[in-house]
Design a protein around this ligand. Structure first.
Ligand SMILES: Nc1ncnc2c1ncn2[C@@H]1O[C@H](COP(=O)(O)OP(=O)(O)OP(=O)(O)O)[C@@H](O)[C@H]1O
Length: 297
């Protein structure tokens, strides 16, 4: 089942095309990352599918064809900066959120506990730290027990601990069976929590993929020894090493599929060379992203 499908979804602001003929098909049960630099159209896309921004062209539907308020009830969202009443407590704010969503107040304690605000639910919103405010926003999106959660830059402005807490929450929400659509320009965030992703550049989708598949394969091995020249000569003589590239204080080598660290080490010991360093280099979404942006100039 798809949770969200967009077909040729387009938004023009005067002469600026914020989103250009976007086709997305987001399956149920995934954490989907909408990735792109600032101004690439992520928020506008989410605004359209949430009914807050009217598309110029194109179409979208939720849950294999459902539209309108029926579909919206099954979706919880936080768009950019959530608004709460500063003098009311977290719990009172959630009560208001629940009544707007026409859902009962019976889940308030449960969602406050879930986001780690169980003990602070009675404190006024204005006394919350930024991280707590963001967790309350997630609680408010969860209060109607939605099947899909939409998060726009959920870790914006948070410190490392706050970022870590939100990532943990996202993972837990995904494990509970909900689908998540996460807009972010933070590559590390998308790499850590998302399963599938799309990359927008100036409103146009330039890539869709699966994070694991796109980052699989060999990023190579970094090796070093006291004599890099000698190391490079020996590396070129070892038959399972397919590429040797000099780095500043090391060599980056590419090897055959089944070759592990032990095999590499042993091959150099056979050549009377002791490696000072050997570490596997993992592909990152950042490299993939920069490559994509470059090849789509
Ligand atoms: N209300 C508006 N009026 C005019 N232009 C707008 C409006 N909202 C967005 N834009 C423009 O549309 C483009 C896409 O903006 P959008 O906010 O969707 O991007 P984004 O990827 O979410 O960026 P960010 O990561 O900075 O939030 C930008 O060029 C932006 O300036």
């Amino acid at each position: 089942m798809s949770v969200l499908t967009t077909t040729g979804l387009t938004k023009d602001y005067g002469r600026i095309r914020a989103v250009n003929k976007l086709d997305l098909d987001i399956p149920a049960g995934t954490v989907f990352g909408l990735l792109g630099p600032n101004g690439s159209g992520k928020t506008t896309t989410l605004g359209m599918v949430l009914g807050a921004i009217r598309p110029t062209e194109g179409d979208f539907h939720w849950f294999d064809g459902q539209t309108g308020s029926k579909a919206r009830k099954r979706v919880g969202a936080i768009l950019e900066y959530p608004v709460f009443y500063p003098h009311l407590s977290g719990a009172q704010n959630l009560k208001i959120a629940a009544s707007i969503k026409q859902s009962g107040a019976d889940r308030i304690e449960e969602v406050l506990d879930f986001v780690g605000l169980g003990k602070r639910g009675k404190d006024p919103f204005k006394a919350y730290s930024l991280g707590m405010k963001q967790r309350l926003a997630i609680a408010s999106a969860l209060v109607g027990d939605p099947e899909v959660l939409i998060l726009d830059e959920p870790t914006n402005g948070l410190d490392p601990e706050g970022i870590h807490d939100i990532r943990d929450l996202i993972t837990q929400i995904a494990e509970s069976g909900k689908s998540i659509v996460l807009a972010s320009h933070l590559l590390d965030e998308v790499q850590r929590v998302c399963k599938d992703y799309a990359v927008l550049k100036r409103g146009t989708c330039i890539h869709k993929g699966n994070v694991k598949e796109d980052l699989s394969g060999n990023g190579g091995w970094e090796i070093s020894s006291s004599d890099l020249e000698k190391l490079a000569v020996s590396a070129r003589e070892i038959n399972f090493i397919t590429e040797v590239e000099k780095q500043e204080d090391s060599l980056l080598i590419q090897v055959g599929d089944d070759v592990d660290g032990q095999t590499i080490n042993r091959a150099f010991i056979d050549k009377q060379i002791v490696l000072g360093q050997i570490s596997e280099r993992r592909n990152t979404l950042e490299e993939k992203f920069l490559e994509l942006l470059k090849s789509n100039q």
